[in-house]
Write a protein that binds this ligand. Structure first.
Ligand code: PGA
Ligand code: ZN
Length: 427
């Protein structure tokens, strides 16, 4: 039984205020979680409650804290923490808005995750095991998707594309995937340095993208993979998050770096040429969140060759996943708990993805903290893939390192993340 909730203001990786919630159960078990924050947000995702005004650039969360300590604490008092669905249903009913704007997505997600942690504590189980037992029984270590160059809204729009990432589906363990990525990350840094282009890192820890075109970032990524002693397209593949909604204007796409504007068809043709020229295995949000025809056309053309992830397009919403499956748009969905607002809705979205034959990728936000809940969720939900940004900055490394600890508990054979992907891409 939930006895008390306590909210406090803490700070995220961009130095912005965010919500931390501690839940205490009758009997003394406790759970704690922190809300992350996005920068390239979908228009249909749960919204954070921010105070507005000029202080802290309007980003303070006092109202959200008040909601947790007041209304939410009162509504959840006495509820069974093991019944995550019941707790989340109570939160959703109390909020009563489509985008969680009354209580605040930040207040709700921190509360929902803190309850999950408290239930795990009461059960005496690590979070990943509690999640596996609660939802479907199987746990596995995911394939990491790791950023080498940042971009888009995470790098002052220095390049248009948001994430240039690698995956190592050919790795035999999570640990090996990290080691290969560490070599690639360092090689990319050395290349930037040699060119006099090493000026720091973007919001998620990837190298700051000092490039003359978006494609130059891709070429440099391939060079870094080779410099790390890997053959691109063998053990290592490339993954992109285009985050196209961020540079869509009236149905067209404005590539500011290259000073040109593309139609939806021209975007598809450009991405298609990249797929033909580089070992790209996954593309997220290739077109804008409102470009349904474009997403369908892109999936029709390339869905059998690459993983096509809906992030802004699907906002961790089970109904949107089902609708996309009807449309044949995308073949995978990003799972961000704070986009949905609660743990239960995130789990429902992953279930909807599997029903549709889509893959699910558990993901962090660009504004993160030391909270490692998503590492456990990716394992306990058997999601198969995990995206948390780059290979520096401890709000990112904390999540990779937590997976290493879980791998020690589960054993190296639990790394099944790579296997299905290898079949698809090289089968
Ligand atoms: P965000 O970006 O957290 O800034 O929204 C992450 C992503 O687009 O995947
Ligand atoms: Zn994205």
């Amino acid at each position: 039984e939930i006895k008390s909730l306590q909210a406090r203001r803490v700070w995220d990786s961009r130095g912005n205020p965010t919500v931390e919630v501690t839940v205490e159960l009758e009997g003394g078990a406790r759970g704690r979680a922190i809300a992350p924050a996005g920068a390239s947000r979908g228009t249909r995702e749960a919204v954070d409650l921010r105070d507005g005004g000029s202080r802290l650039r309007g980003l303070d969360v006092q109202e959200a804290l008040t909601n947790v300590n007041g209304k939410i604490a009162a509504a959840l008092n006495g509820l069974n923490a093991e019944d995550q669905a019941g707790v989340d249903a109570a939160l959703i009913a109390l909020d009563g808005t489509p985008l969680k704007s009354a209580l605040g997505g930040n207040a709700m997600v921190a509360t929902s995750l803190a309850v999950l942690h408290a239930a795990a504590d009461a059960a005496g189980a690590p979070l990943w095991k509690h999640v596996a037992q609660t939802y479907q029984g199987t746990a596995s270590i995911p394939l990491p998707e790791i950023q080498i160059f940042g971009g888009g809204a995470h790098a002052g729009r220095r390049v248009d594309v948001q994430d240039f990432m690698v995956m190592v589906p050919g790795a035999g363990s999570f640990d090996e995937a990290l080691e290969v990525t560490a070599e690639i990350y360092a090689a990319a840094g050395a290349i930037m340095s040699q060119k006099g282009r090493s000026v720091g890192v973007a919001d998620e820890g990837g190298w700051w993208p000092v490039f003359d075109s978006n494609e130059e970032a891709l070429e440099t990524l391939v060079a870094a993979i080779e410099a790390a002693g890997e053959k691109p397209g063998e053990r290592v593949v490339i993954s992109l998050d285009i985050a196209a909604s961020e540079f869509a204007e009236d149905g067209r796409y404005r590539l500011a770096l290259e000073d040109r504007t593309l139609s939806s068809d021209e975007m598809i043709a450009m991405l298609g040429s990249w797929i033909n020229s580089y070992p790209i295995a996954s593309i997220e949000d290739p077109l804008a969140e409102d470009d349904r025809a474009g997403m369908c056309a892109f999936t029709k053309a390339y869905g059998d060759r690459v993983q096509i992830i809906g992030d802004d397009y699907l906002v961790t919403n089970a109904k949107l996943v089902a609708a996309a499956a009807e449309d044949r748009a995308c073949n995978a969905v990003l799972i961000k708990v704070n986009q949905a607002g609660t743990v239960s809705e995130s789990v429902e979205t992953l279930a909807a993805a599997w029903t549709a034959g889509y893959r699910g990728i558990v993901s962090a936000r660009s504004g993160e903290t030391e909270d490692v809940s998503i590492s456990h969720l990716s394992v306990g939900l058997n999601a198969g893939q995990l995206k948390v940004g780059s290979f520096t900055r401890s709000e990112r490394m904390a999540k990779w390192n937590e997976c290493l600890r879980i791998q020690d508990e589960l054993g190296e054979n639990a790394f099944v993340g790579g296997a299905p992907l290898v079949d698809t891409w090289w089968g």
